[in-house]
Design a protein around this ligand. Structure first.
Ligand SMILES: [Zn+2]
Length: 346
């Protein structure tokens, strides 16, 4: 008896193994679910199929699972998970029902590889993120060289970013997901109520000097007494402490607030520098730097917060780029990759 790379016993030549994640995707027949091969490729999961026993073996880092073709039961370690439909084999392909990803891949903690990132969710320092597309509704934001509105561009980038980060397993909350006006106060309150680990505001820039173009990321470098006493900040602190199961007493609240403040200052700067560097090199636009600014949403949120100015709508070429969905997707991917890289550093 010999063992293959997964340590599975192979009983002579009678056992036929189909090794996963290598060949081109094959469109599933109607109602077959999703191809196991495609799912495994997407999440960098190794899989093997024993055609004698009809058992599928899955492996991701230290996690192992097995399932039987024809059965809806998946064993993840010792735990039994029931899928909405049985696994099916059609010719040499295996199909799994739609809830396979949430019920099996989710517990594996696998991070989708669309962003080229394969970390484990449990190791990330960001689990819940608030994405804040600027402006909206009666507030159009900056107006472009030929009339493109900031509120529409940043909403689209925000939605794409949400999709990418959700796929990666993060909990994503949007301050707005349609063309509506949300006050600055409300935006910070949404983040506090969610107990979010990170706040990312998306904007597009303008400048009377029309040749000005490039990326800028803003963060708050210091808070003075005036900032710490600001009414919205105090409201947000109360909202945040209400999210905790057991509300701490006043003394502990003050200590926690101080710790959050110190953490916010250091981490916001770290993320801003990473973002501006990565985005400018990923999509080849000038790096105008990570900059300090006291914008309302960055100074009144309790968690690390940045405001990304994704480009200048007043610059003819940059407006044209920002008006293209392909470019906005590239931007969203670069932002998402930077956030995941930041989230995976201690
Ligand atoms: Zn703006």
């Amino acid at each position: 008896m010999r063992k293959n790379s997964l340590g599975l016993c192979l009983c002579g030549l009678a056992v036929a193994l189909i090794c996963g994640c290598q060949t081109a995707p094959i469109a599933p027949p109607p109602m077959a679910g999703v191809s196991l091969q495609d799912v495994c490729r997407q999440y960098n999961i190794q899989w093997q199929f024993d055609s004698i026993t009809q058992v599928v073996f899955l492996e991701y880092k230290t996690h192992k699972a097995k399932a039987l073709v024809g059965s809806p039961v998946v064993l993840i370690g010792q735990e039994k998970v029931i899928l909405s439909a049985p696994l099916r084999r059609i010719n040499s392909n295996i199909y799994v029902p739609d809830d396979f990803e949430s019920k099996v891949i989710g517990p594996f903690g696998a991070v989708v590889s669309r962003l080229g990132f394969t970390g484990e969710l449990s190791n990330l320092k960001v689990h819940t993120i608030v994405i804040d597309p600027g402006h909206g509704g009666k507030d159009p934001g900056a107006k472009g060289y030929s009339g493109v509105k900031e509120k529409n561009v940043v909403l689209d980038i925000g939605k794409r970013l949400k999709e990418l980060l959700s796929e990666a397993g993060l909990k994503v909350i949007m301050t707005r997901d349609k063309d509506e006006f949300i006050s600055l106060n409300e935006r910070t309150e949404i983040a506090s109520k969610a107990g979010a680990d990170l706040f990312v505001s998306i904007h597009a820039n303008s400048n009377p000097v029309r040749r000005t173009h490039g990326i800028e990321v803003y963060y708050v470098k210091t808070h003075d007494k005036r900032d710490l006493d600001e009414i919205q900040r105090q409201i947000n602190e109360r909202l945040f402490f209400r999210t905790l199961n057991a509300a701490p007493n006043r003394t502990v609240q003050a200590i926690v607030s101080d710790m959050m403040y110190e953490n916010k200052i250091a981490e916001s700067c770290r993320l801003a520098m990473r973002l501006v560097h990565n985005i400018s090199s990923d999509i080849e636009i000038p790096n105008r730097g990570a900059r300090h600014a006291r914008y309302f949403v960055v100074r009144n949120t309790l968690m690390p917060a940045v405001l990304i100015e994704t480009g200048f709508l007043t610059n003819r070429q940059e407006e044209k780029k920002l008006n293209s969905s392909e470019y906005r997707e590239k931007l969203a991917e670069s932002i998402a990759r930077s956030i995941l890289a930041y989230a995976s550093t201690p």
